[in-house]
Design a protein around this ligand. Sequence first.
Ligand SMILES: [Zn+2]
Length: 394
Amino acid sequence: MKRTRFLRAAAALLTIMILLCPLLAAGAENAAAGTEKATEETEKPTAAPTHTPSELQAMGILTVGAKGDEVTRLQQRLKDLGYLSGKVDGQYGGGTKRAVISFQRRNGLQTDGVAGETTLAKLYTEDAVAAPENSEPVDVLAGSVPMLVNNDHPVDEYFVPADLVELRDILDKKLVKIKYKKTRGVRTAVEALEKMFEAAKEDKIKNWQVSAGYRTWDDQVKMLNAKISSYRKKNKDWSSSKARRAALKSVAEAGCSEHHLGLAFDLNVPGAKTFSSTKQYKWLKEHCWDYGFIIRYTKEKQEITGFNPEAWHIRYVGEEHAQYMKEHDLCLEEYIQGIEDGTIKVPSKTESTDEDLDEGTGDAAGDEAEAEENEEEAAPEEEPEEAADEEEEI
Ligand SMILES: [Zn+2]
């Protein structure tokens, strides 16, 4: 009895799979990529059929793992349109996938990185939109709600924040060291850093270092690849996908890092083994909110942010938002969700908090000359040690 029922069920499943196959062949490229939309459309009790890249290729769908002339033609076209910077080698790998995603995004197609019928049809027409040569810089502080960048909300590779400045042009060398001299950030955020470090100095907390600011798409690709190879070097038996999974816990995929916004900075203390054990971190945790910064990745919110905790990574969101988040113990994802749900009312912009802060610091301001003297003692003579490598990520 049971066996008959099982056989019947198996036959029914097979029929459904056979019925689904022509759908795929007809160019339902979404199904192949397993994207969100595809999940919605094909959400049925039966498991979606899986196909190898070559089976998909036979159906006219090119995806990671496909190879040959069709891939060469695809790559050449992507290159001509300015989407592919790597070589044309007839192998559909990560670079080709990224180029396809960029093309899809620019052309209003679903961004699944799979070149199916719709994507290929658009790609080979005359009205295929080419990659922009120069992207229009984005005012990342224009909205009334902070911009969210994470694994689910990536920016594209042409994204450039407006008003980027070099940190060394704004930050006082006596207040903070800049580990890589070309480090950049959005002016407003860098000015907030300056204000924050000044206040810290009044509290006799000095010796800061900024080890990262704005990052380009290519910077992020390089960082992730370096992290993956370092994992593979340390763990010879790890597969590349295992190393990649591990790396993605602390280094974001290109497009998914907040550093692309020019509003995130990594801080450390030269010579300190871990930033979280320093008095600078203790001070930061208490005061950064007043200058518009949040400590973005904490242990408590790890499940929501999707990243390992990072004491050293701060993100500028503006004072009114930062203070609200501190008061209500919210991470950025929760805060933005609350605003979207209508459960949180966007706080109004606080006017200059200079006066409040002056009151707050009280007699800690001290005398300038004395502070200058202490500077010498506090700053170590030797070159700053490299911070522990896990402290420069996401
Ligand atoms: Zn960071």
